[in-house]
Design a protein around this ligand. Structure first.
Ligand SMILES: Cc1ncc(C[n+]2csc(CCOP(=O)(O)OP(=O)(O)O)c2C)c(N)n1
Length: 271
């Protein structure tokens, strides 16, 4: 493919493996544009780590880069190990809400608490997409899913609040319909120290939108309608009402875990 962004895409990966209209494609394009705007000719120096799920497929197999596809929920501890062994690499975790806020939630909290120097992109499509649309920790209360035929009985959580409170340096949420803001946040994510966390609210045309009778385009518009700036709401309450708080939850520059271990910082030789 002779496209300026094709340098980041593994051969034979078009069309992508995602369902038509999946928000993962939008996020992938945004990431490629950001890499290009960062002046990167290749993804050398990056390692992408994912667990299991559709979002985990964004880097592996699509990215022409080193990637590790680990167990469901375990991307963050594997990424932490890679970063501690090879501090000079840029380590990026990509996964779904089930992967990162569900089964992997303990790892998420402790990586944020330790301020581990990795970037994490959590794609929140409000369900377990890959396994059939079961409800996840972020599914709005009352939603009908294959595991909640009478409506989801659980309270959804605001993962960004949790990660910000635990101590991460950078925490933000945007939807795939906020393309420009999403790219700004991705740029911030790939730079800097400490734990950087971006929740990307996305659409799942196959498991969610089809059930609701919405096209992928209508799904994107619904994301915009549900969004509310985080600084103008009480995010925990907004999430309970099915709104999507968007914006920056935390932006600090505290020393990361590498510095706490003496593996980075002034006077430490890298590489
Ligand atoms: C230990 C373990 N439990 C359950 C599964 C089955 N499983 C595979 S992917 C997945 C959830 C996927 O949802 P999410 O992480 O939100 O990603 P999405 O597919 O929606 O992008 C589950 C439960 C598994 N692979 N391993």
């Amino acid at each position: 493919v002779s496209h300026p962004l094709a340098k980041y895409l593994r051969e034979g990966m078009l069309p992508t493996l995602f369902c038509p209209g999946c928000g993962n494609g939008i996020l992938m394009k945004a990431m490629f544009e950001v890499f290009d705007e960062m002046g990167l000719e290749s993804l050398d120096g990056f390692v992408f780590v994912s667990g299991i799920g559709c979002a985990g497929w964004i880097p592996s197999p699509h990215f022409k880069a080193d990637s590790v596809h680990t167990l469901h929920g375990r991307a963050i501890p594997v990424a932490t190990g890679i970063k501690l062994c090879r501090p000079e690499l840029r380590v990026v975790v990509i996964g779904g809400d089930g992967d990162i806020a569900g089964i992997g939630c303990g790892h998420l909290i402790h990586a944020a608490r330790r301020n581990v120097d990795i970037a994490t992109v959590m794609v929140n499509n409000f369900n377990y997409g890959m396994t059939g649309g079961q409800y996840s920790p972020t599914t709005p209360r009352g939603k009908i899913t294959p595991t909640s035929p009478y409506g989801n009985p659980e309270r959804p959580m605001d993962t960004c609040l949790l990660v910000a409170e635990a101590g991460a340096n950078y925490v933000a949420r945007w939807t795939v319909a906020h393309y420009r803001m999403l790219k700004e946040a991705l740029k911030r994510l790939f730079e800097g120290r400490g734990f950087r966390f971006l929740e990307v609210v996305s659409t799942c045309p196959t498991r969610v939108l089809r059930r609701e009778g919405l096209t992928p385009a209508e799904g994107l518009k619904a994301l915009l309608r549900a969004s509310v700036p985080v600084r103008r709401c009480d995010p925990a309450r907004a999430v309970l009402k099915g709104r999507i708080p968007v914006g920056v939850y935390a932006d600090r520059d505290e020393p990361g875990f590498l510095e706490a271990l003496g593996l980075a910082g002034p006077g430490v030789r890298r590489g």
